[in-house]
Design a protein around this ligand. Sequence first.
Ligand SMILES: Cc1cc2nc3c(=O)[nH]c(=O)nc-3n(C[C@H](O)[C@H](O)[C@H](O)COP(=O)(O)OP(=O)(O)OC[C@H]3O[C@@H](n4cnc5c(N)ncnc54)[C@H](O)[C@@H]3O)c2cc1C
Length: 361
Amino acid sequence: MKIAIIGAGLSGLSCALTLEKHGLSADLFEKQKDIGYDFKIAQLMTPILHAPVDDMIQFLSEKYDIHLKPTTNIQKIHVHSPNESASVEGKLGFINMRGNHKEAYEKQLADQLITSRIYCNHHVTHEEVSKEYTHIVLATGETLDTDQIQPFQIDFKSTIVGAIVRGKFLRTEVHTWFDTELAPKGLVYFLPHSETLGTLVLIYPQYDEMMAKKKETLWSIALERASYTLKQSLTIEEDFSKRDYVVGKCQYPRIGNTFFTGNCFGAVTPFLGFGQTGSILSGIYAAQDMCGIGNYEKLCKPLYKDYQDSQVLRKTIERLSNDQFDFVTKVLRVKAVESMVTHKNNKSLKMLSHLLKPFSR
Ligand SMILES: Cc1cc2nc3c(=O)[nH]c(=O)nc-3n(C[C@H](O)[C@H](O)[C@H](O)COP(=O)(O)OP(=O)(O)OC[C@H]3O[C@@H](n4cnc5c(N)ncnc54)[C@H](O)[C@@H]3O)c2cc1C
């Protein structure tokens, strides 16, 4: 068995690590000159979206012997609507760095590899590597690469605008803003990664009716609102933006001996556009199949289910007016509702969908 992994990102590296733990190794091809995107960004992993696992870091460590060190753990998530604010408290997940940051998750994963080889500066195609390798893992993070081999169902594309900002922050507290003026059918969120630095992100779907909106205008409103809520003037250190970020899924997780992992599989869930958990898990599952200890298609089923639940939530959120956002935020302040959303082992995504159901009509 000769295994090639195209893309040394979250799913490709998790796959390689799992292969090694079962006595196999792989060649990883990475198009960049180093591991990680060419910009810095903080990202979030929260059990609210992926219950029943409460602590993904502990889970990956204990179950798969994959060890990740997040930047901070989250104790509080503030939810802001146009005129209301609420917060949920508890063990709400982790913030980690990605890209060209020295503690980026992809760097941490690469450091744990022993026998596999990473070939940086190697931009390869499926066709090229298939001449030499018996098994291929498509882990490029690009759904267009999947589309060359099988249809990739696109549910929508998003625009993401963000920046690393400087200020004075409580590092265990995340902020989210739901407001149609600020992020039409989307949201703005702030992830602190130290007492002085944080990542502010605006994300919204590129539906036809949104094309008239200028991302620069929305971003400046987002920055202003975040500064107002956080009671300080935020200074931009480094910014980034991405258009056409695809949310969708592939039809077949595996075709022949080609495995589709991470974004190439459809790991990005529709509600918030988050895909780290699904990417790491799909990489692990693909490796388990190659090692003969699992069936990739079967292992991926819960990921498809998460996707569907998340899609229901997105559709509901998209229908809410600002008055309804205010109402839902007020409801969140009720302790019983807060604990329902954050309760251990609950299917929180389902709970949230249920809570918002009255507004979907
Ligand atoms: C701005 C932004 C913010 C996000 N925020 C969050 C968040 O807060 N929480 C969350 O859970 N998710 C978030 N996500 C999603 C998450 O980053 C992805 O779902 C996840 O990184 C996908 O993992 P992957 O392995 O599929 O691809 P990646 O981790 O992107 O890795 C793919 C790798 O393949 C390489 N590559 C591409 N093509 C080739 C080729 N032809 N040959 C060789 N190498 C190639 C790339 O250079 C890259 O290193 C965010 C995404 C973006 C863009």
